[in-house]
Ligand binder design. Sequence first.
Ligand SMILES: Cc1cc2nc3c(=O)[nH]c(=O)nc-3n(C[C@H](O)[C@H](O)[C@H](O)COP(=O)(O)OP(=O)(O)OC[C@H]3O[C@@H](n4cnc5c(N)ncnc54)[C@H](O)[C@@H]3O)c2cc1C
Length: 372
Amino acid sequence: MDLSDRLEPVLDSARQSAREVDADGSFPVQALDALRRSGLLGLTLPPREGGLGGGPEDLVEVLSALAAVCGSTAMVYLMHVSAAMAVAAAPPAGHPSLLPRLASDSLATLAFSEVGSRSHFWAPVSRAGREGDKIALRAAKSWVTSAGHAEVYVMSTLAPQADEGAVDLYVVLADSPGVEVAGSWRGLGLRGNASSPMRFELLAHDGDRIGEPGGGFDLMLQSVMPWFNVGNAAVSLGLAQAALDATVAHASGARFQHTGEGLADLPTIRAQLSRIALDLAMARAYVEKAARSLAAPDDSTMLHVLGVKAAANDMALRVTDTAMRVCGGAAFSEHLQLERFFRDARAGHVMAPTADVLYDFYGKAITGRELF
Ligand SMILES: Cc1cc2nc3c(=O)[nH]c(=O)nc-3n(C[C@H](O)[C@H](O)[C@H](O)COP(=O)(O)OP(=O)(O)OC[C@H]3O[C@@H](n4cnc5c(N)ncnc54)[C@H](O)[C@@H]3O)c2cc1C
């Protein structure tokens, strides 16, 4: 799919506001408006619902380009796509026009992580309760990207039925009474993505549930995690590419007047540039392989879903760390924007499933163990 006509205006808008979004910790409203106009909110949704019918490779293209100009916008967009894919997997009966809205203008996000189970997003500790024909949702969510800005929250909670560990996912509209942002957001990086805690205390209906009762765990693992992991890996690619480009440009231009040498004339500097360029190239090849595998799934797809995020997240940490080292004090100050890529890159690693949890899962998978 040729996405350049849709993507370019979004990149222009995100580029214009990226410094301000980072400096002020402001939500990237302009870039989100450009995303709405572009049709890319519906990138991966089916055409019959107003989407573009794009696949994982298209998502990688969009997210890596977006992350290279504004990490906050890219992560807000990824959370939207991840939530939209949960809805698309099992559209809730009570929201027949939700998918076309998600494809055109309504921003969505995931409210999974809870204070009680931290990064183990698959195991909410809040529990829904039956109240007549309604369902009482009560949950303290620890981090919700786009909190207070999204129109639609896809939230997880233990199901009200007897099976202790069964999880449900619900669609909660932002204007429902009992939905509130319960704190502010001040992160090391991705400072514009408003990942604040939230409180949900409301009455829902069966028609708000995504999928069958108790079907939330499978939806999270089979429908959300693949898109989220591949997309999160793409964000790491974009941040690392931007850091590499800025580093090569700086090393090529900066000179020592007293020796007449440039930074890139130093063999140690060139070797460091080579290592990060190759590190990035290998990760890119693996992300593309994982995206292709997700587009045409086979027995190896879940293994790539587990591996791709951890591999790309760690690559982005190495690349941005070396970029900071190569560019010295010029990187430590803000004018190269390298420190922004360095800070933004650290978020993907701790976003659940965290890189370290994924290494454990991958290790379980290749040694024939059950993940849970
Ligand atoms: C920028 C940002 C945006 C976010 N947006 C959202 C969002 O939109 N929706 C949402 O639901 N959540 C979101 N989160 C939350 C995120 O997904 C994690 O839940 C959160 O970062 C976990 O932080 P914690 O301190 O609770 O981690 P902890 O669970 O305390 O983990 C601490 C460390 O222990 C490691 N660890 C934990 N368990 C294991 C294990 N079994 N094996 C090996 N190592 C382990 C972790 O990898 C981590 O390094 C966001 C987080 C960030 C930083």
